[in-house]
Design a protein around this ligand. Sequence first.
Ligand SMILES: NC(=O)c1ccc[n+]([C@@H]2O[C@H](COP(=O)([O-])OP(=O)(O)OC[C@H]3O[C@@H](n4cnc5c(N)ncnc54)[C@H](O)[C@@H]3O)[C@@H](O)[C@H]2O)c1
Length: 253
Amino acid sequence: MQAIFEESRSTRPSLEGKVAIVTGANGGIGSAIAQQFLADGALVVLTDLAQSGEQLSSLGKRAIFLEHDVSQEQARSEVVERALSRFRKIDVLVNAAGIHRHGVMTDTTVASMEALFRVNQLGTFLGMRAVVDAFASNRHGAIVNISSCLATRGVPGQFAYAASKWAVRGMTKNAALELASLNIRVNAVMPGPTDTPMFRGLPEADQSAIAAMIPFGRVARPDEIAAAVAFLSSDAAGYISGAELEVDGAVFA
Ligand SMILES: NC(=O)c1ccc[n+]([C@@H]2O[C@H](COP(=O)([O-])OP(=O)(O)OC[C@H]3O[C@@H](n4cnc5c(N)ncnc54)[C@H](O)[C@@H]3O)[C@@H](O)[C@H]2O)c1
């Protein structure tokens, strides 16, 4: 019995002592992930375009904030260097920074397509590529990319955004295969509508209509997305890579 007990203990989700970079950490989902990671014992590098005053006073010794734009190649390398110089290693990367634009294909401008590509797709790629050497030198690492339930089927009015989130799924699958021999896991979380500033940017009537479509009768709380990310980042998910976890109240079940 003792051996069985010991084994099961090793697969409990825990982030104790792990160093994690979380992008989009000012956002609803990114900040919930950072908080969950800190509560689970991780050391966290929070990143976003700019640091908020509230964060300046609330960050403890186990967290730092770095300003950067995820779509800038050089800035991604600098975040990795600064994370290593502060915490000596990196175990987890969460690509949560993102932007949203509505629009059907015929109304989609090149500028809108490019903006979504640069943040959601290029930003995720640059983030993953930037941590590979640090992960490889540890002989382990976990990447969680935030895609969307809107990248599980066609959804009218989401042309460019959905394309960028389908791209995140594709990159997640390919990176999972390419990095498996380095013991680096790459997974995607696909949130449904979630109560964050991005969602609250919609007209109220749209928010209510969306909530009414969800079998659970409500949108997700950011901490519900964070719980899934924390699990996939932990050693409890040590044999899970290339997976896509839908956290969407069964909206597209
Ligand atoms: N809220 C939802 O309903 C929902 C559903 C599915 C997927 N998502 C995805 O979840 C992720 C988080 O979204 P959220 O709802 O928390 O949105 P949010 O708007 O609250 O947060 C997004 C964060 O990303 C940051 N960001 C934007 N562009 C950036 C850049 N170039 N460099 C660095 N940071 C940048 C923003 O400053 C912001 O803090 C996004 O990838 C989003 O597409 C959200």
